[in-house]
Design a protein around this ligand. Structure first.
Ligand SMILES: [Zn+2]
Length: 814
């Protein structure tokens, strides 16, 4: 374990820089090392034929080969190895999971030969193997080559499952796991596992390297037939986090957390903390030092799958459900980097302090920071005090309302503020652009000015003078903060008309030197590019779309996340699209209302439709076909590293728009009254709680109109199944004839629906166009299959029929 050097501020602030205090010889550590050391038992090697193991939707058939048990661990067999001919078969139940599997392995079910199998388990697998061997009257064989072969790799394979195994050993009601690492000629090395500690217990996937990147391709993940597993062992109750940012930007932290046990009998509990931060000690409320396992013991799969870093703490006694206990964790490391020109990048934003894995619980936070006096620091919550002491500054922030995460930002800021009703807004900007952006704008400005106008000689005095004038100084981020504060205030009041009151008493806006924004409770990060005036961006050659994303959309998208993400949070990875979609749609609603002549929303929807229909570089699929919204971050994979952002914003925004259109009542005083009511109801009911797709379906069901009930089941399941759990964008065309009658004209014809399954349902409005006036509604067609007949009466024959001119549907109109 690395010992962190003492530094001056630690002494002056009374933060003792303790070396790692690892009770190195705790019983659990010994067991852990024994588990890592398990080898193939040379006395328990067998020839097996046609032995099958079934775990829910997974079947593993050992057709013909050699099976060896691992040495017993305190009398218990916890693993086995196999070489020979085997086959793994798995069939997800859910259509979306079948499609996901198909995308990675080429078929909606997994059925592939493998030649090597490494099994680890704490369930009944050992008993099953032993009873098979007894029934087959199998005799041990002497196969030193098999044993040597496997023993040469077990040292590397074992640690990935040792901590997981340890969590179940000795637990009064264990949540067992079964994991198989398999190697075959068709798919290389992959994993199939069933783990009752995962909400979605069954998983298939593999680590994949592509173009220098490392990915975990999650082929399929779904709950067992009997339903989801136990989601969590402990939940946070409150945090008190003391953080020192040193002169050299190293972060030293001490987090005291009160946790509540959800289950009885847990001995080893996982926490998340960035791998960049080294734990120095963990202690309980009495100051007793607790053993822990950090980073070095994690499987690559687990790290990639979670995208976070886990560490495990060993409890002195097993938990009792409902019991609250306190831990103090000390750690230090580098999560802040200097981006040049006094601009800082705060990394590891979700993992800069330790917390239970599942960060979806709202609770209270007390934050104390110590930082160099020359810098400004902003954080989530209400600042209750700030003072200077020599070269240092200290401050305290207290959450006034429950928060799901805490965050901070720092830099040498210039500030502007604005009031929006009772909300105080502060916009912080760096005094300069970070080096990368500074260079970009410098380079572009010199490039631009070097192209002298025709007829000007570069040597002429006149050109030199003109060039001097053209080489403007790079933009100062602080120049835009006054306007940004006013705009955000304006947007805040506008969004309150949709979502209800802003959830926090204040809002701090601060820059992040990256091409991204992020929203914390009462604190927003905006890309430093947002602080560059649009005119300068355009002069530097930035595209209109990029400019729109950073300057127009991002500030208000992150603002809307204050409701959608920070007031109500996603329940799990499958619901993340809800927050992104609502935040994005709210931002567009605001922009649309601010500049009605620009038709910002209509234009954005057009762009998103185009994005979804665009082909991926290999030409095989469209962006929409990457996968359904409900796959969340699983849309990112080696096949499409940016799948999540490509699908979620475009499709999610359309889904919210379609909901709004279905709820709209053009005849009402407030045509959007029902949609507004939905947003308000969600905010009221899921305040400081999670909001799942199930919740959204339920709330919509309450307010749906009869026209929305396309299945006559009083539900919007058809809508969610088609647009959230499946891919596909319908194409529509129409043919018709108009027959004059006694009371006007009979318009009858067929609406053609293509590009989606036969069962796809939609309510498609048809309009007649006559002359230069606005098209007039003929009526609605509820599609059933590829062709749906319609009959409408009209006063005159249409010159032509226009399908959905009001953009109520994500569709291609032909
Ligand atoms: Zn977002």
């Amino acid at each position: 374990m690395r010992v962190v050097l003492l530094f001056s501020v630690a002494a002056c602030l009374g933060v003792a820089a303790a070396p790692a205090t690892h009770p190195a010889n705790s019983p659990e550590r010994k067991l852990y090392e024994e588990l890592n050391a398990l080898r193939s038992d040379r006395t328990r090697v067998y020839h097996v034929r046609q032995f099958a193991l079934r775990r829910d939707a997974v079947r593993l058939v050992f057709e013909d080969g050699t099976l060896g048990l691992l040495e017993a661990f305190h009398g218990r067999v916890l693993g086995a190895v196999f070489s020979g001919s085997a086959r793994v078969l798995a069939t997800p139940r859910d259509p979306a999971e079948k499609r996901s599997l198909s995308r990675f392995v080429g078929a909606p079910l997994l059925d592939t030969p493998v030649s090597k199998v490494y099994l680890r388990f704490t369930d009944g697998t050992a008993e099953e193997i032993e009873s098979f061997l007894r029934a087959a009257d199998a005799k041990p064989v002497d196969d030193p080559a098999f044993v040597t072969d496997w023993n040469s790799v077990l040292g590397n394979l074992n640690p990935a499952s040792s901590l997981r195994t340890l969590r179940d050993l000795g637990a009064p009601s264990p949540l067992p796991f079964f994991e198989a690492a398999l190697a075959g000629s068709q798919h290389g090395v992959f994993e199939v596992s069933v783990d009752d500690r995962r909400p979605e217990q069954i998983l298939m996937g593999q680590v994949k390297y592509r173009e220098g990147g490392r990915y975990y391709d999650l082929w399929a993940m779904f709950p067992r037939a009997e339903g989801p597993g136990e989601p969590e062992s402990v939940v946070p109750v409150r945090y008190s986090i003391e953080t020192t940012v040193q002169d050299d930007l190293m972060l030293r932290g001490r987090t005291q957390m009160v946790l509540r046990a959800v289950r009885d009998g847990e001995r080893i509990l996982p926490l998340t903390l960035s791998r960049e931060l080294r734990v120095q000690s963990v202690s309980d409320a009495t100051g007793r030092s607790l053993d822990y396992f950090q980073n070095e013991d994690l499987s690559e799969q687990e790290v990639l799958r979670r995208g976070d870093d886990l560490f495990y703490v060993v409890l002195p006694e097993p938990t009792r459900a409902g019991q609250e206990f306190q831990w103090e964790v000390k750690y230090s490391g580098n999560v802040i980097t200097e981006a040049g020109n006094g601009v800082f990048y705060v990394g590891e934003r979700g993992t800069w302090y330790p917390h239970p894995n599942d960060a979806t619980r709202f609770c209270s936070f007390e934050l104390t920071f110590h930082w160099p006096r020359k810098l400004n620091l902003v954080a989530t919550g209400k600042k209750t005090e700030e003072h200077e002491e020599g070269e240092w500054r200290s401050g305290h922030w207290s959450s006034e309302v429950p928060m799901v995460l805490a965050g901070f930002n720092l830099g040498k800021y210039s500030r502007a503020s604005a009031e929006a009703g009772a909300v105080h807004i502060t916009v912080n900007a760096n005094q300069q652009l970070e080096q990368a952006l500074y260079s970009l704008f410098r380079a572009r400005s010199e490039e631009g000015s070097a192209a002298s106008p025709i007829g000007w000689r570069k040597t002429s005095e006149a050109w030199k003078v003109a060039n001097l004038a053209a080489a403007e100084p790079p933009p100062m981020p602080a120049a835009v903060i006054g306007q940004l504060a006013t705009d955000i205030g304006d947007a805040l009041r506008s969004l309150e008309q949709w979502n209800g009151p802003f959830p926090f008493a204040r809002l701090e806006v601060s820059p992040l030197p990256a091409a991204l924004g992020q929203s914390w409770p009462g604190l927003i990060y905006l890309s430093t590019l947002t602080f560059v005036p649009k005119a300068v961006q355009q002069r530097a050659g930035l595209g209109e779309r990029t400019s729109f994303s950073f300057s127009d959309l991002m500030p208000f998208h992150e603002l809307a996340h204050q409701w959608w993400g920070n007031l109500a949070g996603p329940a799990n990875y499958r619901d993340e699209w809800i927050m992104e979609a609502l935040a994005n749609y709210c931002a567009l609603l605001y922009l649309d209302s601010r500049r009605p002549g620009d038709r910002v929303l209509a234009h954005a929807l057009e762009l998103y439709r185009g994005d979804l229909l665009a082909r991926l570089p290999d030409g095989s699929q469209t962006v929409d076909q990457i996968g359904p919204l409900a796959l969340g971050e699983r849309l990112d994979s080696s096949l499409t590293p940016d799948g999540f952002s490509r699908v979620t914003y475009a499709k999610g925004t359309w889904v919210v728009h379609m909901v709004r259109m279905m709820l709209q009542d053009p005849a009402a005083k407030d045509p959007d009254g029902r949609f507004r009511g939905l947003l308000r109801a969600l905010v009221a009911k899921y305040r400081f709680a999670t909001l799942s797709e199930g919740d959204l379906r339920r709330e919509l069901k309450q307010i749906m109109t009869p026209e929305m009930d396309l299945e006559s089941m009083h539900s919007l399941d058809w809508f969610f199944d088609q647009w959230v759990h499946a891919t596909g964008i319908p194409h529509y065309s129409v043919d018709y004839k108009a027959t004059p009658g006694t009371k006007g004209v009979l318009v009858q014809g067929t609406l053609h629906q293509e590009g989606v399954p036969e069962t796809f349902l939609a309510r498609v409005p048809l309009y007649r166009a006559n002359g230069p006036g606005k098209p007039v509604l003929l009526g609605w067609v509820n599609t059933s299959g590829a062709e749906t007949a319609f009959r409408f009466h009209a006063p005159v024959a249409p010159e032509h029929i226009v399908i959905d001119p009001g953009q109520s549907l994500l569709a291609v109109i032909q």
